[in-house]
Design a protein around this ligand. Structure first.
Ligand code: AMP
Length: 119
């Protein structure tokens, strides 16, 4: 079991201890709207299990990591952006711009997103 010290605000969102606009939840993952959206659709899809960063994934996590993509597809359909397209982003650690140490996939869309990287 992962120690409580690895918990972030996202653990509380998964357990519904703090408010969040959850758009999907199952046994492996939870998806909720980003509190500071960068586009008309901006949803975070996260493992229910604490995996701090993309650098911490193991083969044991393969079903969960696969589920992130399946749920990204489903939520994109729910949001009506499947046809127009979207971007999936996983930031890792400091240079990747990761702010919350609980692995999360950003699903961003609803408008043209421009170049992938800006400084
Ligand atoms: P990252 O920079 O990849 O770590 O992204 C963290 C994301 O979490 C940012 O886009 C934040 O706006 C978002 N965020 C932080 N706290 C919350 C929260 N309580 N509810 C929803 N989104 C959050």
């Amino acid at each position: 079991m992962v120690s409580m010290s690895n918990e972030t605000i996202f653990s509380k969102i998964i357990r519904k201890e703090i408010p969040a606009d959850i758009v999907y939840q199952d046994d492996l993952v939870t998806a909720f709207r980003d509190i500071a959206p960068k586009a008309p659709t901006h949803i975070l899809i996260i493992p229910n299990k604490i995996i701090p960063t993309a650098a911490d994934v193991t083969t044991e996590d393969e079903p969960t990591l696969g589920r992130l993509f399946i749920v990204a597809r489903k939520v994109a359909e729910q949001e009506g952006i499947a046809q127009s397209g979207y971007r999936l982003i996983v930031n890792c650690k400091e240079h990747g711009g990761q702010e919350v140490d609980h692995l999360h996939m950003h699903l961003v869309g609803g408008q043209p997103l421009g170049p992938m990287l800006t400084h």
